[in-house]
Design a protein around this ligand. Sequence first.
Ligand code: FES
Ligand SMILES: [Fe+2]
Length: 346
Amino acid sequence: MLVTRQPILRRFWYPVMPAASVEKGPQPFTLLGQPLVIWSLGDGQYAALEDRCAHRSAALSKGWVDRDAVVCPYHGWAYDRSGICLRIPQRPEAGPSKQPVVASFACAERYGYVWVALGEPLAPIPDWPEERDPGYRRIDQFYEPWACASFRLMENSFDNAHIHFVHRNTFGDINDPDPPLPAIERGELSFVARSDVPVLNNDLQKQNLRDDSAVTIRHMTATWYLPFLRRLHIRYPNGLDHIIVTAATPVADGACQVVQFCFRNDSEAEAPAANIIEFDRRVTAEDQAVLETTDPDVPLEMGSGIERHMPSDQPGLLMRRMLLDLFARHGEAEQTRHYAPRQAAE
Ligand code: FES
Ligand SMILES: [Fe+2]
C-alpha cells in the first residue's frame, strides 16, 4: 500500500502539530504528500490551506499572519481560511476574489494538537473522556518524524509477540516468546483488542507504577482507529491507568509524524512526567530502530506471499483486511509496487 496513492485515506482526521507551535506564525506540514500551511485564527480556531500561492507558487508557510489572513512573503497576496484572496497589495481596487483560489482543508484543535482532514471526514476525531476528567492528567510525550510507513507503527502497537523481543531490554521477557492472543471486537472503522500480558518491571518503571514487584501484568484494551491512530489503555494491578494515544500521521509513503500523549490517573508528585516520558522514550526508541528497517510498501493482500504470517499477527491481518474492505467500498484498488492492482469490488 502506497498511502499517497489511496485517495480514501484523505478522508480521515490526522493530528499534524502541537497547537502551541502554530502561535509563532504560519507553519508547514506535509500530509499524505500534500504540502499545507497551518495558521492560528485565535480563539482556538485554526486554518489549513495548500502551501502554494496562487500567484507564483511561493510557500505561504514562509509568510505571516495579518488580521486572520495568511500573507504570501513574495508579493503580499493575503488569503482567508477558505482560500479566497482577500487583498492584492499591487491592485487594491480589485477586492477579494469571488471564488477560493487556493485549496482549503478541514482543520480543528483537539487534545492540544491541530488536526487536519484533506477530504470530507468519514469519522469524527475520537472523544476520549479522560481529557475532561479531573482525575486524569494529559502528558505530551513525542512529536517527531519516523522514517517508516504509518501502517508499520500501527500493526506493531497491536503485536504482542514483538514485546518480548524488541523490548527485551525494557519490559519484555525474551523467555516468554508467545504471549496471549488478544480478543478482538471489530467495528466498522475501528476495532478493540483486549489482552493481559505479563511483563518485567524494571527500576524506573517500579517508581512510575509505584509497584515493587519484579513482574507485573498489563491489562490492555487497545483501540485501533482506521487508518493510523490507536489508543492503548494499560491498567496495572494496582489500578493505575496509563493510556497512550499514538498517531502515525502519514507524511509520505515511507514517512510518518509520530504524535504521542498519555493520560494518567496519578499525580506529578507520585510519578513525575519526566520519568514517565523517559521510560516511554526508551520503549519507542526500541520500536523505531526496528520499524525504520521495514518495507514501507506494506502488502495488504494476505495471500500475496510477500510476507509470511503467524497467529500473533491476527490484529495486523485484520487491519489489512479492513483497509482492503474500505478501499473496495470506495471503488479503490490497493496501490503497491509488489503486484498489479487487483480490481476493486463493485
Ligand atoms: S507568489 Fe505569492 S504573492 Fe506572488
Ligand atoms: Fe513496541
